[in-house]
Design a protein around this ligand. Structure first.
Ligand SMILES: [Zn+2]
Ligand SMILES: [Zn+2]
Length: 215
């Protein structure tokens, strides 16, 4: 599997370009503000053609570049409908997070396909599956490849931490229920590629993540 990570924007958000191999179709996971040029540059360098944009959730640091990216590339965006309300209010989110709206283009995509739990995503020759993991936001989703043993975990799980639940729509109990029902049942060997920071594995987090020990 071809996977490249770019860390973008003020929140150092990870965006991933995923394909079977260079020189073919690719899927993009999350679109931080100002992601268009870095993403299209990376894909051009590896002769990749974007076919879909998968959004883990509606926070502006993951979705703020999605409208511009989809308008310019023509790809379809995918988001869980429970985060529609967040996607439509990027400026409100920025005011809550930063107290201001930095100049930029944060508009959401005009249309989405709606993600749902267990939905298969046969895109770009990949076999990703949607794991709905509410808690960080109501519509948060992870994307899982059992074939490759990789979980794109968004802001559900990080190396050594978990997603914050103090923002509007967040709920700690719900996030931990998602962890128990969707993430922790995965094998220890599964690689976790989070929405911020370095990759890890389910096994490493099970043993050493202070939020998960004893869960
Ligand atoms: Zn988030
Ligand atoms: Zn984030």
């Amino acid at each position: 599997m071809f996977i490249r990570r770019l860390e973008l924007w003020l929140a150092a958000t990870n965006t991933y370009v995923v394909a079977r191999e260079a020189g073919g179709p690719a899927v993009v996971i999350d679109a931080p503000p100002d992601c268009l040029d870095p993403l299209t540059g990376l894909m051009a360098a590896h002769d990749l053609t974007p076919t879909a944009l998968l959004l883990t959730h509606g926070h502006v640091d993951h979705l703020g570049g999605a409208g511009n990216f989809t308008a310019r590339t023509g790809v379809t965006a995918y988001l869980h409908p429970d985060d529609d309300y967040l996607a439509r209010r990027p400026e409100d989110q920025l005011r809550i997070l930063m107290g201001t709206v930095p100049p930029g283009d944060y508009r959401p995509p005009e249309t989405y396909r709606h993600l749902s739990d267990g939905m298969p995503l046969p895109l770009a020759g990949l076999r990703l599956e949607v794991l709905a993991t509410p808690g960080h936001t109501p519509g948060h989703c992870c994307f899982y490849s059992s074939e490759e043993a990789i979980l794109f975990s968004g802001d559900q799980l990080f190396a050594g931490s978990i997603g914050r639940t103090d923002l509007p729509g967040g709920d700690y109990e719900t996030l931990m229920t998602s962890m128990k029902e969707k993430v922790l049942p995965l094998d220890d060997e599964v690689t976790v590629m989070p929405g911020h920071g370095p990759s890890t594995t389910v096994g490493r987090e099970r043993c050493s993540n202070p939020f998960l020990v004893g869960v």
